[in-house]
Write a protein of this length. Structure first.
Length: 90
């Protein structure tokens, strides 16, 4: 039986990126892994994941959760660095 770490290991996204998707969509990490993998391999998926992370940052900022905001900023920086072929505007 596959565990969550096995499932995450099969995805092109990091665990932190998957958790951002899970938080944004309010779904379990295992399902977020499947969604993230689908998005990362779709034509417009990388910009969608980037938008999800940006929205999560805004939510954390509005809530005054600076620790979460800083953590998600690092996730975003890593995501952009690992997918430089996509524009960062929007």
């Amino acid at each position: 039986m596959l565990g969550l770490h096995d499932i995450i290991g099969m995805c092109e996204c990091t665990e932190e990126e998957i958790r951002a998707v899970a938080m944004h969509e309010n779904i379990p990490d295992a399902i977020a892994t499947e969604l993230a993998e689908y998005l990362i391999t779709s034509e417009d998926g990388v910009p969608k994941i980037r938008k999800i992370i940006v929205e999560d940052i805004r939510i954390a900022k509005r809530a005054g959760n600076t620790e979460k905001e800083m953590q998600l900023n690092e996730v975003l920086k890593h995501f952009i660095a690992t997918h430089p072929e996509y524009p960062t505007t929007g």
